[in-house]
Design a protein around this ligand. Structure first.
Ligand code: PNS
Length: 167
C-alpha cells in the first residue's frame, strides 16, 4: 500500500490545502495529514487540537485520508507511518527555494525519503494560512480562502466578524 505524508502547520487549513489533499488521495492509497505540534509561530490562531478537528472535519468526505499530529522531526514521523514519501504543494517560485531545501535536507537526513511537489491549482495560488491569520488580526474573514467549517469556527470563536455567507 502506498502511503504519503502531507505535513504542515495548517493554522488554519485552507481551500488550497484541501485541494492538495484531494489530489494526493487520488494518487496514493493513503494520505496521512501530519499536523505539526511544535509550531514556531508564536501566536497560533488555533490550538493543535482545533487544527486537527477542523482538518478531520474538512476531510471527512475523502475515505483514504487520516489526520494526525506529530512532534519532532518530520522524517521520523514519515517512517513511523510506514511511508517514504512526503508531498508538498508549490504555489509559486517564491515557495520553491524553501521547499527545495526542506526536501533535500529530509532526503539526506533520512537516507532516502523523497518529497514530491504538486503544483497548486491556479485558483488557489494566492491562498495561504498566513494571509488568513493576517486578516483575522483585523477581525476580517476571507471566506474564499478557507473551508466552510473553518469559517464557521472562526466566527464562533469570535476571531472574525460574521459574514454574509454565515447569515
Ligand atoms: O505548513 P508549514 O508551516 O509550511 O509546514 C512546515 C513543516 C511542518 C513541513 C516543517 O516545519 C517541518 O517539517 N517541521 C518538522 C521539523 C523538521 O522535521 N524539521 C526539519 C526540516 S528543516
Amino acid at each position: 500500500m502506498s502511503t504519503v505524508v502531507y505535513p504542515g502547520s495548517f493554522d488554519p487549513v485552507t481551500v488550497g490545502h484541501l485541494d492538495l489533499i484531494r489530489r494526493a488521495a487520488g494518487i496514493f492509497d493513503h494520505v496521512v495529514v501530519g499536523v505539526l505540534v511544535n509550531s514556531e509561530k508564536k501566536t497560533p490562531l488555533f490550538s493543535l487540537e482545533e487544527r486537527v478537528i477542523m482538518l478531520k472535519d474538512a476531510c471527512k468526505g475523502i475515505p483514504n485520508v487520516s489526520v494526525e499530529s506529530f512532534e519532532g522531526l518530520l522524517v521520523d514521523f514519515v517512517r513511523a507511518k510506514g511511508s517514504d514519501t512526503i508531498i508538498r504543494g508549490l504555489r509559486a517560485l517564491m515557495d520553491f527555494e524553501m521547499e527545495l531545501q526542506l526536501a533535500q535536507v529530509n532526503r539526506i537526513a533520512s537516507d532516502g525519503i523523497e518529497t514530491l511537489f504538486l503544483p497548486t491549482d491556479p485558483r488557489y495560488s494566492d491562498v495561504s494560512s498566513s494571509v488568513v491569520r493576517e486578516f483575522a488580526k483585523y477581525r476580517k474573514a476571507l471566506p474564499e480562502f478557507v473551508p466552510e467549517n473553518v469559517l464557521k469556527a472562526m466566527v464562533e470563536k469570535g476571531i472574525v466578524e460574521s459574514t454574509k455567507q454565515e447569515d
